[in-house]
Design a binder for this molecule. Structure first.
Ligand SMILES: [Zn+2]
Length: 307
């Protein structure tokens, strides 16, 4: 029993295990928890699948008619590497055998036979879809297989589980045949990986480039208040300075009027010129920033806008 990893923990643990992780846009909030009213977790193990197809990363993210995505937490391409598709509840396991789930939870080996489909495996199992035709002929490139082992080992290590918390879909749901490789061999490889320790020293998470943000409502308050207040009145220093610097670069505001953090009347005039340049007129070009005009200014000069 364990609390599912957060998205950030997932990234940290997989990376620490030696995986290069690709992030599908939106994966951190892509799940089925709200739609089903059933939260993901506690988790008891990891489940391995093959996709029985090709180029099905998008399909596994989106899902298909009658089975909305994500169809797994991660997708492992034949050559495209490991991609995170979802965080939370995913539609990968379906109804599975409760005896097997209990055995995974207790780390009993060997697993009992899966002869019933009587509990929801999506409640408690992480899922990995491996891109493979699943016809028993299609080979798993060694790099792909290695990544599958690392993925399973990373999650086991994160939760303090052994390889006995790992199962194939074919071992938990009657009638399933995936994955098309021997799960005892796979578990032995996970066990060996767990004994070795993470292959990469844990380092600080990679910094992501961040852009400054301007809060529109605070900027509007400044543009309304500062011109009529005492000379140099400051309502919103950081945002005003970013906007003034952009207006200077646009040639709409003299450099010496920028940078004091006050959205004074000259700044308002300059902003009105920016609005007219975008095609606004009349009261739409009154120098009070609007979302569209501010976003366009930010896009050109390196800041984001929040409402
Ligand atoms: Zn499956």
């Amino acid at each position: 029993m364990a609390t599912p990893l957060t998205a950030e923990q997932m990234l940290t643990k997989l990376t620490a295990e030696g995986l290069t992780v690709h992030e599908y846009p939106g994966w951190k909030t892509h799940n089925r928890d709200d739609e089903t009213g059933k939260a993901f977790g506690p988790v008891v193990g990891v489940l391995i699948h093959h996709t029985a197809g090709r180029n099905d990363k998008d399909l596994c993210y989106r899902g298909r008619t009658g089975l909305p995505g994500p169809l797994s937490h991660a997708w492992l391409g034949k050559t495209a590497g490991l991609w995170l598709l979802g965080n939370g509840r995913a539609n990968h396991a379906g109804l599975v055998d409760l005896d097997v789930v209990n055995a995974l939870r207790a780390e009993v080996s060997p697993l009992p036979k899966d002869d019933q489909a009587n509990t929801d495996g999506n409640d408690c199992l992480y899922g990995l879809e491996i891109e493979n035709l699943g016809d028993g002929q299609d080979p798993y490139p060694v790099e792909q297989y290695r990544r599958a082992v690392l993925w399973a080992a990373a999650l086991c290590r994160a939760h303090g589980w052994s390889e006995r918390s790992v199962a194939g879909h074919k071992e938990v749901q009657p009638g399933k045949i995936d994955p098309s490789f021997d799960m005892d061999v796979f578990r032995a490889d996970v066990r060996a990986q767990l004994a070795k320790g993470p292959t990469v020293v844990v380092t600080a998470p990679k910094p992501t480039p961040s852009r400054p943000r301007v809060d529109l409502s605070r900027l509007v308050a400044a543009a309304r208040k500062d011109p009529g207040a005492a000379q140099g009145h400051v309502t919103y220093m950081a945002g005003t300075n970013l906007v003034e610097a952009a207006l200077v670069k646009e040639g709409l505001l003299g450099r010496r009027y920028a940078g004091d953090g006050s959205f004074g009347s000259l700044t308002r005039d300059a902003y009105a010129k920016w609005q007219r340049r975008l095609g606004y007129s009349g009261s739409a070009a009154d120098g009070i920033p609007g979302m569209t005009s501010l976003k366009k200014l930010g896009a050109k000069h390196g800041f984001d806008v929040v409402a």
